[in-house]
Design a protein around this ligand. Structure first.
Ligand SMILES: [Zn+2]
Length: 129
């Protein structure tokens, strides 16, 4: 094995074979879950351009700034609903774990995704308490 770095989304593959090509625009995310993973990886690596590109135009924030004090630790996919190669909508429930100012926390969200012109994009989400 080479010293390839594991992808932050922790699917178990190197970044170059997992979310890397999706962030680079070389490969589309095949499923809503793959898009969710790529967006988590973009948060973890600070790829604001990709976060904006993968956001539905109707809900995309005008300004997007990431908190530099927040480090994303790992992602848990809780469940998925549709979001497959033959669907146009998908739901992904996830828990994203982070550390901010030395305090650990997590974001539990049910996100909705839509496929527009063949490409999955993030529509919106509801934070679970
Ligand atoms: Zn990945």
């Amino acid at each position: 094995m080479s010293e390839a770095k594991a992808c932050p989304c922790r699917r178990g593959e190197p970044f170059e074979q997992c979310c890397g090509p999706v962030l680079a625009g070389e490969r589309a995310a095949a499923t809503a879950e793959a898009l969710m993973r790529s967006r988590y990886t973009a948060f973890a690596t600070g790829d604001v351009d990709y976060l904006r590109r993968s956001w539905h135009p109707s809900t995309r924030p005008v300004e997007l700034e990431l908190d530099p004090g927040q480090r994303w630790l790992f992602l848990e996919i809780v469940r998925t609903e549709r979001g497959g190669p033959f669907d146009d909508i998908g739901v992904v429930e996830f828990i994203a774990h982070y550390r901010a100012d030395d305090v650990r926390g997590s974001l539990h969200e049910v996100s909705r995704f839509r496929r527009e012109n063949g490409a999955w994009v993030y529509l919106d989400g509801v934070v679970e308490q």
